[in-house]
Design a protein around this ligand. Structure first.
Ligand code: PLP
Length: 410
């Protein structure tokens, strides 16, 4: 039985008010379906913000959690452990990378990456070379360094001095980048597709130029794949589709399917600058997290799963277009794989959260990406029938929002 004393009202009495959660309190999930305290069922098109990459309570992950949970949870990094070694082996054999650092969140993996790029430049060229180029609307996490690199002032302002030496440029603007980069630039930080910023893909020509300019100025290229990684865009990592190779890649969200785990991947040469004592994490690389992440990778990094992501994209695309032809609400469908955004029409600017709330009422969990984009990031294994059922519920939600809007306009 659910404990209904533990409800949304209690949140305001016991929690810091930095979040404004919905009133429903989910208590269970299976695959792409979730149930709340009142036993109402939801189709999950949100995936916990692109996290539950293989769905809720995947039986193989539950088995891994139980078997590793009965063996060994934690040691600290004074010793290594089998699951961490195995996961690092999987990640290095599946990507450009030769070395791995484990952390517990996207922000922490990025923090490690940002410290590393400065360290490499400091060691090789001296303290002058510390400037970082990043992009407007970029998102890299909520620590002070990561909000400073992120291109959304609302997240960085009001906390005293930010980290210095960071320049923000318009995303996909080659000329602006050519103008701004110099020999004092130590790194360019980019997402291959801006997730939080509104589902904006990098232009391949832009990505290619980023790589060239990094090489020309001895700067490192950091790809933040916290949201796009682990199959989300239909390849294990999204850089594979851009035709360039980063120097450092960060991965989190989908890597643990909800268990906190993150990784920073790089080359042996770059990694050699993080000598003992330069960086660390108490939990990072613990056996429980690594065993789960390794199982997630084994499940996701299969041709049929990655092809499935692209097929499911087509289902979403067709289903959304059908809704839009009856009840027009978006101008543009953005993204690919299972990271999609409906950019709202002029009439609905600023109202993405209204659609999200109506969708929840109709029994489907969605996300927003800023005020003007409705975002979908379901499990990579979501059954086609659940996509259909979720879209049919979503169609009802869209109709409701449009009706309410018309009523207001009258
Ligand atoms: C979510 C996200 C982060 C931050 O990850 P946390 O685990 O919340 O710290 C960083 N970068 C990108 C691109 C993200 O989407």
């Amino acid at each position: 039985m659910p404990n209904t004393d533990l409800n949304r009202d209690l949140f305001d009495q016991v929690m810091v008010p930095n979040y404004a959660p919905a009133t429903v309190v989910p208590i269970g999930g299976k695959g792409s379906r979730v149930w709340d305290q009142n036993n109402l069922e939801y189709i999950d098109f949100a995936g916990g913000i692109a996290v539950t990459s293989v769905g809720h309570c995947h039986p193989e992950l539950v088995a891994t959690l139980q078997s590793q949970g009965n063996k060994l949870w934690h040691l600290a990094n004074v010793m290594t452990n089998e699951p961490a070694l195995y996961l690092a082996q999987l990640l290095t054999s599946a990507t450009f990378a030769e070395r791995v650092f484990f952390a517990n969140s996207g922000a922490e993996a990025n923090e490690a990456a940002f410290k590393l790029v400065r360290r490499v430049a400091h060691d090789k060229f001296g303290p002058e070379k510390h400037e970082i180029i990043a992009f407007h609307q970029g998102f890299h996490g909520r620590t002070l360094f990561t909000v400073s690199v992120g291109g959304q002032p609302k997240y960085s302002q009001g906390f005293g001095p930010a980290i210095e030496g960071i320049t923000h440029l318009p995303y996909n603007d080659i000329a602006a980048l050519e103008d701004a980069i110099s020999d004092q630039t130590c790194a360019i930080i980019m997402e291959p597709l801006q997730g939080e910023g509104g589902i904006i893909p990098a232009d391949p020509a832009f990505a290619k130029r980023v790589r060239e300019l990094c090489d020309k100025h001895n700067a490192l290229l950091v790809m933040d794949e916290v949201q796009t990684g682990v199959g989300r865009l239909g390849t294990l990592y999204a850089y594979e589709q851009l035709g360039i190779t980063p120097d450092i890649l960060t991965s989190a969200k989908g890597l643990g399917n909800g268990f906190p785990v993150a990784a920073m991947l790089t080359t042996a040469d770059i990694a050699s600058h993080l000598v003992p004592g330069t960086h660390g994490s108490t939990y990072g690389g613990n056996p429980l997290a690594c065993a789960i992440a390794a199982k997630v990778l084994e499940i996701v990094d299969q041709p049929d799963v990655l092809t499935g992501v692209n097929n499911k994209f087509e289902l979403f695309k067709a289903g959304l277009a059908k809704i839009n032809s009856k009840t027009p609400f978006y101008d543009e469908l953005r993204g690919r794989g299972l990271l999609l955004g409906c950019a709202l029409t002029k009439a609905y600017q600023g109202q993405a959260s209204l659609f999200q709330a109506a969708a929840l009422e109709a029994g489907v969990m969605t996300l927003v990406a800023g005020p003007n984009v409705i975002r979908f990031a379901p499990s990579l294994l979501i059954p086609d029938a659940d996509i259909e059922e979720g879209l049919s519920r979503f169609a009802g939600a869209v109709a409701k929002v449009l009706e309410r809007q018309e009523a207001r306009d009258l």
